[in-house]
Design a protein around this ligand. Structure first.
Ligand code: DAK
Length: 258
């Protein structure tokens, strides 16, 4: 792959988007490679995925404006679908995905971070949906995910105003969970990833599915979704191990994803 690096450290996979000449902007090739990299994650070995940007300035500076500039209506829709398909793949990946936002997260970059389960960022991160200033709407899920994460009022202000916000404001509105000095971001992302990876994978995956599926359902349906995924954890090795360790007052636990 030309624009994507993939590393595995223990139970944690790390995807780095690396297109330094264009601040890691997402063109069709980057999107295609990103989709292939996500497809290739070995879900038997990897329990948490981190997505970050190469270099020190940018996570992802958006969809590639040069590539979008001359698109027709139907080509624009097709480009939007290409990004949405990849981002939805990330959002619905069975394992948790952490965005380690190491700089600019504009347009498609902000949208990519929002397709991840948890966002951590560096102090120099800048978030925003500048699309209305470019004559388009956010097209990789921004109009839908931003309002679900920070609320409709704040999402509308950010999108209509094409405003960029710094890390501390992103933290204040709940767009990111934690802000770290740039040099400490990846260590903290890995620390969180390992903390999650050490819990029972079946339970973590079912919790992700319950939260994601339930958020769009009426409460009466959502609690049934939860009941099924809760029930699904029983009669597994990991449930016996987790509860057995508690009853036996045993600190060591071995979860096997079975
Ligand atoms: N696309 C293409 N190239 C980009 C880019 C981008 N989004 N962002 C940066 N680059 C390129 C610059 O053109 C420059 O290239 P050269 O001139 O060196 O060849 C290089 O990266 C370095 O950028 P700068 O020289 O500008 O570096 P600075 O440090 O001065 O500024 C910056 C960095 C990130 C603040 C600035 O580059 C910037 O403002 N970039 C654009 C940010 C932006 O507006 N992003 C949102 C893009 S719109 C849809 C599908 C998707 C979308 C919408 C609709 N459908 C079809 C439904 C999504 C839209 C977007 O994401």
């Amino acid at each position: 792959m030309e624009f994507i690096k993939y590393d595995v450290e223990g139970m944690v996979g790390i995807i780095t988007i690396d297109r330094p000449k264009a601040m890691n902007a997402l063109n069709s090739d980057v999107l295609k490679e990103l989709g292939s990299a996500v497809d290739a994650v070995d879900l038997d070995a990897v329990r948490v995925l981190i997505i970050t940007g190469g270099g020190e300035k940018s996570f992802v500076a958006g969809a590639d404006i040069g590539e979008m500039k001359d698109l027709s209506k139907s080509e624009g829709e097709e480009f939007g679908k290409r990004g949405n398909d990849v981002f939805r793949k990330i959002e619905t990946l069975p394992i948790p995905v952490i965005a380690a936002v190491n700089g600019y997260a504009l347009g498609g970059g902000c949208e990519l971070s929002m397709a991840c389960d948890i966002r951590l960022c560096s102090e120099n991160a800048l978030f925003g949906q500048p699309e209305t200033g470019l004559g388009i709407t956010p097209g990789f899920g921004g109009t839908q995910r931003l309002s679900r994460i920070v609320g409709v009022g704040i999402a509308k202000e950010l999108i209509y105003g094409a405003a960029n916000i710094k890390a501390d404001e992103a933290f204040r509105i709940g767009l990111v969970n934690h802000v770290y000095p740039a040099e400490e971001l990846m260590d903290n992302a890995k620390k969180l990833a390992n903390k999650i990876a050490n819990n029972a994978p079946i339970a973590v995956r079912n919790a992700k599915k319950a939260i994601n599926d339930g958020i769009d359902q009426p409460m009466d349906e959502a609690i049934v979704t939860e009941e099924k995924l809760f029930g699904d954890c029983f009669e597994t090795h990991d449930q016996a191990e987790g509860m057995g360790a508690f009853i036996e007052k045993r600190k060591e636990k071995t979860f096997t994803n079975s």
